[in-house]
Ligand binder design. Sequence first.
Ligand code: B1H
Length: 830
Amino acid sequence: LDFGERKGQAERMLGLMDVFLKNDPISLQKDILHHVEYTVARSRFSFDDFEAYQALAHSVRDRLIERWHDTLIHFKKEDPKRVYFLSLEFLMGRSLSNIVINLGIRDQFADALSQLGFDFEVLAEQEGDACLGNGGLARLSACQMDSLATLDYPAVGYGLRYQYGLFRQVIVDGFQHEQPDYWLNFGNPWEIERVHITYPVKFYGTVTDEFLNGEKCKVWVPGEMVEAVAYDNPIPGYGTRNTINLRLWAAKPSDQHDMESFNTGDYVDAVVNRQRAESISSILYPDDRSYQGKELRLKQQYFFVSASVQDIFRRFKDTHKKFDEFPEKVALQLNDTHPSLAIAEVMRVLLDEEHLSWHRAWDIICKIFSFTTHTVSPEGLEKIPVDLLGNLLPRHLQIIYDINFNFVEELKKMIGLDYDRLTRMSIVEEGAVKNIRMANLSVICSHTVNGVSRLHSELLRTKLFKDFYDLWPHKFQYKTNGVTQRRWIVVSNPSLCALISKWLGTEAWIRDIDLLIGLRDYATNAELHQEWKMVKKVNKIRLAEYIEAMSGLKVSLDAMFDVQTKRIHEYKRQLLNILGIIHRYDCIKNMDKNDRKNVVPRVCIIGGKAAPGYEIAKKIIKLCHVVAERINNDNDIGDLLKLVFIPDYNVSVAEMVIPGADLSQHLSTAGHEASGTGSMKFLMNGCLLLATADGSTIEMVEEIGQDNMFLFGAKAHEVVALRKKGPTLKVPLQFSRVVRMIRDGHFGFEDYFKSLCDKIEGTSDYFLLGADFMSYLEAQAAADKAFVDEERWTKMSILSAAGSGRFSSDRTIQEYAENTWDIQPCRCPF
Ligand code: B1H
C-alpha cells in the first residue's frame, strides 16, 4: 500500500478499536473473562487460581502494551539522546503487582477480581520469580529500570533471556542442593516475542586483509553464526504514561549459515547440531564473584553485546546519516565489565562495516561509553585469556591490541618509561597465561568511571584504579546506589505505604522520595507510634506464618526479628552472626532464672544462596542448620532464642521478609562491600541496622545519625593495619570459646567444620571475625537495650525510614542522567 492508502486503512482500523482499554469494573471483568476463554483457553465457568492469574496478567499486559507503544512512538518522534543500559543480569522478581501499581490500576483490578470471587493478593502469589541474576548487581539493574521509566528518561535496557534463571536452593539435611530454575515452563505473560527483530551473531573464523576502493581493510570470515531474537519486556513508570523497553536476547539457530551441513551431512545430526546454538542463552552463571574463563560465558557476553549494538546502530541509522552525530544520540552504560566487549564491537562496526577511519571511530568511542564497577578487590576484576578471546573473536582481539598499542604509546609520552606502571595499566596482562583485563579496557575507553558508594569510589581512586585516577582524575565519579521505593515499600509493604501517605498527607513521595523526610516531624508522636507498631506487627505476623509453614517452627511475635539475608560470602560474615548466636545461646545456658528474665527474646533469621562451587559458603549454611537444630530443640531455651534459615532467598521472599524485620545485619569486613543495597530496603521499611562502616552504610549514618544505628567493627583504613598485625593480634576469649564449641563437636560434624574453624583462627582470619567480635557483641547488646525501650525503638525506626530518601534509585538515576549520560527526560503525553 502507498502512504495514502496506508493512512486511510489506519484510520479505519482506529475507528474499529476503542481508543484505550477501559478500567471500570465491568470492562475489567469482561477482559479477564475474555482472556480466560480465549488466551488461557479455559471455560469461564471453571478455572483455578493459576488460570485466573494468567488471565489477569494478560488483561494487565494489554494495558501495558498501549502505553509502551505510545512511549516508543513518542521517543521515535522526539528522537532524544537515549541511554542504552547493558547488563548481563536483571533480577526482576515478580511483575504483576509492580505493574498494576505503576499503571495506577491496582485497586480497580482488585475490585473487579473480588466481584469475580477472586482475591488479588492470592492471584499475585501465583506468579513465579524471574531470577535472571545473582544478587545486588542484578537487582540494582531492575530498580534502575523502574526509576528510568518513572523519571521519563529515554532508556533501553539490554540483557540476556536465560532459559534457566538462578538455581533454586533446596536444603536437604542442612546442606544446600541446587535445582534448575526452568522458569519459562508456565509461560511468561510479561514478554513480547519479536520474531522479526533478529540479528545474526558471528563467532570464530579468521580475519583477512582485503582491499576496498583501494583502501586496505579487515574482513572477518566467521566460523559460526547464530541468530539473536528479541524478547521485549515493557517497564512502566509510576505516575507517568512512559513505559520503556527491556530487550532480552535469546539465541536461536541461524538459517543462513548451515545450508552446507544440510547438503553434505546426516540430516538428523545436522538438526541436532543446530539446537546447540540455543545453549548460548540457556543458563545464568551462578557465581557472583569469580571468573572461570569459560568459553560459554564469553559467548554469552559477546552474543548479547553484538545483538544490542546492531539494534542500536539500526535505530540510529533509521534517522541519521552522519556518525559524528552518534554521541549526540547514544549513551552506552556498561554495568560492570560483563558487557565491555561492546567497546571492541562498536569499534569494529565503525571501522570494518561503516569504514570510518581509526581516528574518527576512536573519537566516537571516547564520547559514548560510561562504566560502572561494582568490585572492590583486584581479584574481583574480570580477565579473559587471550587464547580464548582470539579463537572466539579474532577481529576483536586485534582491535583490543590496537587500542592498547595506542594507549601505551600515549602513556609513555605522559609518564615516561615507568615500566612497572606501564605494565600495570596495560590492557594486556603478560604472564604464563596472557589475559585481557576487561576493567582496564573499560576505564581507558569510557568517559566516566563510576563507583557505587563514596567509600567504594575512594578505594577505586586510591587503590584499584590509582594509576588511572592519577592520569585522568576527571573521569572518576560515584553514584551511591539506590533502590526503588515503588517495589520496596509500595508493593511489598502496603500497610506502611498507606501509613506514610496518611501522615505526609500525600502520595507524592512515591515519585518524590525527598518528601519522606517529613516523617521526622512526627518521630515522637504517640499516635504515629501506635500505628507504626501495628504495621510492624502485621508484617511480623505474615513472616511468622511463613516461617511456620516452611519449617514448622512457631516463633514469638514479641521477640526481636533479627535478619541477615544476602548471598553467602566469607566477606559478608554470616559466620560472625552464627558465632554471635552460639555465644548468646551459651550465655543463656549459663544464666540463672533471674537473669534470664532480662534476656531480650530473639528470632534470628538467616537466608541466602551459596555459589554451587563455593565450599566454605556451603559449610556456613550447614553450620547454621546444625546450630538451629540444637537451639530450637532445647526446651530450656524456649522463646528466648530461635534460629531459622530461610531457603531459596529471592526477590519475592525478600518482599515478605524485609517488612517483617525489626533488626537487620550488614556485617561485611569494612572495605569489602562496594555498596550493599539490601540495607537500603530494610532502612526504608523502618528496620534498624546493625552494621559495619562499609559501602553505603557510611552514608546512611550521615542521613539518620549514629544514634539511630548500631555500628561496630574496624573501619576500612584500620582493616589494613589489623591484617598486618596478623599473628600478634589478640582475639577475645569469648571468640575462642565459641569456635572451640564447634571444634569439639557441640553441634556435631566436627570433621566437616574443621576447615571452617581453621579459616578464622590464627593467622588465617582474613576477614577479621576475631578482631571484630567484641565490638560486634557490644553492638548486639546495644540493640537489645534499645529494643526493650519500645518508645525509643519506634522512634529510631521512624527516623530510619524518614532518612532513607537518599537511597532511592530515583536519586541515583537522576545523577547518572545529569552527570554521566547527559540525557533529558522525554515525557509521553497522556
Ligand atoms: C556486586 C558483583 C558481581 N559486585 C560478578 N560484583 C558477577 C560480579 O555473574 N557475575 O560474574 C555477578 C555479580 N556484584 C555487587 O553489586 C556488590 O558486591 C554490592 O556491594 C553492590 O551493592 C552491588 C550493586 O552495586
